[in-house]
Design a protein around this ligand. Sequence first.
Ligand code: GUN
Ligand code: ZN
Length: 438
Amino acid sequence: MPVTNKATLQAYRASLLHFTADPALHQNAHVWHEDGLLLVKDGYIQVAGDYAQLNTNLSPETTMHDYRGKVIMPGFIDTHVHYPQTDMIASPAPGLLPWLETYTFPTERPFSDGPHAREVASFFLDQLLRCGTTTAMVYCTVHPASVEAFFTESEARNVRMVAGKVLMDRNCPPFLQDTAQDGILESEALIKKWHKRGRQMYAITPRFAATSSPEQLQLAGDLAAAYPDTYIQTHVAENRDEVAWIKSLFPRARSYLDVYDQYGLMRSRAMYAHCIWLDGVDRERMAETQAAVAICPTSNLFLGSGLFDFNGADAAKLHLSLGTDVGAGTSFSMLQTMNETYKVARMGGCYLSALRMFYLATLGAARSMQLEGTIGNFTAGAEADFIVLDPQATPLLARRTACANSLDELLFVLALLGDDRAVAATYVAGCLRYSRKQ
Ligand code: GUN
Ligand code: ZN
């Protein structure tokens, strides 16, 4: 590994699943080939179809990979995660603000050191691949060296990643503070070096409104306007104490979200994590501006932050996606993230089908990131990031999936009982990057 599957046509035989629309809005939103064939050339999808149909025209040089009994689908997309928090996953605290003070800030301190940051980034990226995640929106730390380290490692794996230097110039320990001016200059230098270099993309990353001065937020908005094809990522309305704090810091803002709106930080390619304590006006602004939501249920349950309102979000037609939010999130696995997503939705009186959850973790996320056609499904010409899921990965999965009566039930069982063990292989741009030991 990596196996470079270059010029010759690569054919993967398995059950195939991908989406062309949101299953909540369209009846025929998914494509399923029970005995399917995925054809990949030079790292791009050529076609996904029925084995019986596609097999007849294959040239003799085609390499056949036999994954019968397994399910091939697009790689998962995690739209909110912090790589520097890898080593502090599962750190208990009574809520967001004490958790940040006690664990997060001290853990982020050593990322000024390039070799430390490289080592953690390398482990983190391998962990994502092991879980079947091929794209993520990633927070680094305040240190430019943490971004250099991350992109160096992601470029080496040729994964499509979005990441950025955290901006924070107040209300945090001095060892993590930048200044309004320096933070923006450092971000701009990183944009020039890394944005759209290979598969890397940059996200302007004010941590949250509490740790940025009004001046820094304004400069971040100006930077986002100067580089409209970069991403923006931040946290909003995660926790009640945090919301009250923001109200005291920005007394003139209508709401927490309105702070970001005032500084020009709402637009397409902006990813807002959590969005729990929004009101109807906020949701309307999210929809109008095409800003997207990263729903982070394992984190929200772990910190006791609150329950995301799926009915409210759907009524406002928001762009939704799922984030692990490690280290507040408790798993790198998007299957485990779906598991908790389902329960959070139930607590709010909403029923999410398994198809919808797999859509949110693939095409829904790609759409939220304006990357439809590039990643997220098997449309011809898309980048060939895909995973092989094993319904028989564990004795319990094998037993339970054997009596699944529908596709939705099979997917539901994979989401509820699956984790990294259910990922047999992960392919990135047509190359095998992770293969589970048998
Ligand atoms: N709000 C500000 N910073 C963070 C963070 O690192 N994690 C989470 N979950 N919320 C935040
Ligand atoms: Zn977060």
